[in-house]
Design a protein around this ligand. Structure first.
Ligand code: PEP
Length: 249
């Protein structure tokens, strides 16, 4: 396997009961077998389905891995309703989404908290996938670059070695995506921001795009050479769509 495979991560969000989760994960595992070595799919089901999906992914190897949608900052303790990074690792999870805009908005998560979660994930041996992105209002006010810079400054650790997911909030679940040119410009900006934040050549931190990725748009988006992959919401809930996106990577 290439050192930096293109990542195609599926975020199931709060979707998936027992049977449907098993069927979906099994179908993705089946299709992932014929993917080239330089593509890696990751499924992030809700916590309740992690065990089941882990079983469905057994034997899939490096081409299909298990992810989670969040973790707590602490290893264990009095945190009712929360799940630690160590617990995720113990369930077979390899990747964890952190700072998704839905958590920033609905749970009031800020960059300082996200950075603590990144530390917890790193300590547990997980690969953090830190989500950043500007809202429509911030974009219209010309503040996108400032917002992205402050999210990168605040939510990454100094030795961050995970994945960055650029998910403009206005593109999530809206059916609207940035143009190829706009995305290329933003990726260039993010590369520069990562370089100054991490004070080194940032080439080891892949940058993903997320927001209304469908099988139809995936070839254009994924043809951007510097893009490290995609983070997919709704289209990851249907095995064929998700696999078609991976085939475009
Ligand atoms: C997401 O929520 O991470 C996402 C990318 O969603 P969608 O693909 O549905 O826009």
């Amino acid at each position: 396997m290439n050192v930096t495979p293109k990542l195609v991560i599926g975020n199931w969000k709060m979707n998936g009961l027992r049977e449907a989760s098993l069927q979906l994960a099994t179908a993705v595992a089946e299709g992932a077998r014929s993917l080239p070595d330089d593509v890696r799919m990751v499924i992030c089901p809700p916590f309740t389905q992690l065990d089941r999906v882990a079983e469905a992914l057994e034997g899939a190897g490096a081409s299909l891995m298990l992810g989670a949608q969040d973790c707590h900052t602490a290893v264990s303790g009095a945190h009712t309703g929360d799940i630690s990074a160590e617990m995720l690792a113990d369930t077979g999870v390899r990747y964890v989404l952190l700072g998704h805009s839905e958590r920033r908005q609905a749970h009031g998560e800020n960059d300082a908290l996200i950075r603590q979660k990144v530390q917890a994930a790193e300590a547990a041996g997980l690969i953090p996938v830190v989500c950043i992105g500007e809202t429509m209002a911030e974009r219209q006010d010309g503040r996108a670059a400032t917002v992205l810079a402050s999210q990168i400054d605040g939510s990454l650790t100094d030795n961050f070695n995970g994945v960055l997911a650029y998910e403009p909030v206005w593109a999530i679940g809206s059916g609207v995506t940035p143009s190829r040119e706009e995305l290329e410009r933003t990726l260039l900006l993010l590369r520069g921001l990562l370089q100054s934040r991490l004070k080194m050549d940032d080439i080891r931190v892949p940058i993903l795009y997320g927001g209304s990725v469908t099988p139809a748009q995936a070839p254009t988006i994924l043809s951007i050479g510097v893009l490290g992959g995609v983070l997919v919401g709704s289209a990851s809930l249907e095995a064929r769509s998700f696999l078609r996106i991976a085939e475009a990577a």
